[in-house]
Design a protein. Structure first.
Length: 247
């Protein structure tokens, strides 16, 4: 018996990293999974891992920054599964540069995927969730959305914006049984952080009280908690999973 038995979870950016770990964790706790990614073929590994847990996995190709594509994917998911109970807005990118060198394109691209992508997701599932009077939406923000970071004006603005969406959507939908929370991960060991230089990695350790990078599973465990009824009295919250960086 899992706490998510009979539930269906949509996870964006599901093909690797944190998104993949979230899919596996939710499946281990009983949920069927709809994995959304801009890279359809790359979803195969996640599909295999979820099916190995005995749960169903539907792969869907969608660019989260396009509302029509997101809504189309949710429509397809809804015809496969009786309800959408959980949405994890996880897809995200970086296009780092110092302010004076950052192009408008790099600003806009990050805002389109990381911020508008979350708006699109919340919009795509909220009507049905309010109608069924239950649902849990989890938005993946970042420690950088709380603290800022040189070279990441676009990314930190997008991730701070995600907290605004989370709190406003939580207030709008609380009475209809829909909870909306955010997670602010610190530095998690994925392809996104593989790109850090040895020097940057060393400097980072001085700012992480727990003195190691996090694992995707550290974030996935918190997603599971927020997705399940274990957190039924929580909405509009931001949980840091960052080794103590933002205490
Ligand atoms: P990752 O780069 O390993 O994976 C991102 C996934 O999103 C990929 O599967 C990619 O194909 C998908 N994706 C990218 N653009 C998309 C789009 N337009 N539409 C649909 N899918 C798209 O990243 P990760 O490290 O696993 O990060 C996942 C989330 O966690 C991101 O929102 C990221 O900002 C956030 N985060 C990561 C860290 C970290 O240290 N890794 C820290 C804080 C927050």
């Amino acid at each position: 018996m899992g706490l998510l038995d009979g539930k269906c979870a949509v996870v964006t950016g599901a093909s690797r990293g944190i998104g993949q770990a979230v899919c596996v964790s939710l499946a281990q706790n009983g949920a069927d999974i709809v994995g959304l990614d801009i890279d359809f073929e790359a979803l195969e590994g996640t599909k295999e891992a979820v099916e190995a847990e005995g749960k169903r996995f539907l792969s869907l190709k969608a660019d989260v920054s396009c509302l029509e594509e997101f809504q189309g994917a949710i429509k397809e998911a809804s015809s496969e599964f009786s309800s959408i109970d959980i949405l994890v807005n996880n897809a995200g990118i970086t296009r780092d540069n110092l302010l004076i060198r950052m192009s408008s394109e790099d600003w806009q691209k990050v805002i389109d995927i990381n911020l508008t992508g979350v708006f699109n997701g919340v919009k795509a599932v909220s009507r049905a969730m309010m109608k069924q009077r239950s649902g849990s939406i989890i938005n993946i923000s970042s420690v950088v959305g709380l603290l800022g970071n040189p070279g990441q004006i676009n990314y930190s603005a997008s991730k701070a914006g995600v907290l605004g969406i989370t709190k406003s959507a939580a207030r709008e939908m609380a009475k209809r049984g829909v909870r909306v929370n955010a997670i602010a991960p610190g530095y998690i060991s994925t392809r996104m952080t593989d790109e850090l230089s040895e020097g940057a990695r060393k400097a980072l350790m001085d700012n992480i009280p727990i003195a190691r990078l996090g694992e995707p599973e550290d974030v996935a465990n918190t997603v599971f908690f927020l997705a399940s009824d274990l957190s039924s009295y929580m909405t509009g919250q931001v949980l840091s999973v960052d080794g103590g960086m933002a205490m």
